[in-house]
Design a protein around this ligand. Sequence first.
Ligand SMILES: Nc1nc2c(ncn2[C@@H]2O[C@H](COP(=O)(O)OP(=O)(O)O)[C@@H](O)[C@H]2O)c(=O)[nH]1
Ligand SMILES: [Mg+2]
Ligand SMILES: [Zn+2]
Length: 348
Amino acid sequence: MQLQELGWDESFADAFRPHTENGLAPARVAVEHRSEYVVYAEAGELRAELAGRLRFDGDHPAVGDWVAVAARDGEGRATIQAVLPRRTAFVRKTPWTETRAQVLAANVDVVFIVCGLDLNYNVRRIERYLTLAWESGAQPVVLLTKADLCDDVDERTLEVESVAIGVPVLAVSAPTGAGLDEVRSYLDTGRTAALLGSSGVGKSTLVNALAGAELLATREVRADDDRGRHTTTHRQLVLLPQGGLVLDTPGMRELQLWNADEGIGTAFADIDELVAQCRFSDCAHEREPGCAVRTALYNSELDRERYESWRKLQRELEHLRVRQDGRLLSEARKERRRFARSQRKVSW
Ligand SMILES: Nc1nc2c(ncn2[C@@H]2O[C@H](COP(=O)(O)OP(=O)(O)O)[C@@H](O)[C@H]2O)c(=O)[nH]1
Ligand SMILES: [Mg+2]
Ligand SMILES: [Zn+2]
């Protein structure tokens, strides 16, 4: 495999330079299993485990990361010794109760937000994904799949465009091939796109259609059996035969926000602009005089559901901040207690 085909470039090469002296080789994380990774390197596909040092502290590599590996020739195995700084990262809060970040895709150039033009269609969900996509640093593109099952594709596309400001919206169909060339135009050699969206929207089917081969397993959906089964079980970076890489992900039941102050500002640039025009800089848009947001709602210049969607995401970010502060506090408290205990020992 050629590193350039895997997305390697000058700036990653610069970041890697210190590792060259230690005899390490660059590789890109393609699959993450519970205790093992698959990485793509110049030598080909390798199974890799984390060096002990990385296992116990620091950020674990995510799919899409560039890493420095010590390869064991002839065994097809390697040890990951370091993770290079990420250029972009699509991050959510883990779906579990703990307040931690989970990187779903690292170093992707494009985030494809995939939404089906069938029962799955939901513009509010698209706004949520857009918030994290903008925050990731990658370019967001909305893909509306199953266009062959929808009678008003143009209308839906316009509707999504109105909530996805400045974002390309493409309607695609795997069986008819409609829109696939446009999708391919984002996938030049060495470029990486992540596919994110609910289960069953057609992410893996799309990868197969782009590749022109059955690279990934897809699911047969039956009307009475449409819940809770995932064919794609792990995130996976796929090198397309014609060049370009796609990162396929299992369907997500929920996408909880992680820090996304910038992302929400860009995803809701229209509301941000209004907020800037409110008379008071800390306007809560409730009863304050001179509130540009309420005026826009009143004049129907701002859609009420979009506004509610923004409020909901803002509250979620606020809630997250409180919990992050809480976690920092309790960690600091634990540290103080440890310190106090060690002092007591010294004074004996
Ligand atoms: N009619 C139609 N069905 C599709 C399309 N894309 C995917 N499907 C079907 O939707 C189901 C789920 O597809 P899959 O790729 O497994 O979804 P994923 O969970 O997002 O990876 C499968 O039965 C596919 O055949 C499409 O463009 N049109
Ligand atoms: Mg899938
Ligand atoms: Zn206001």
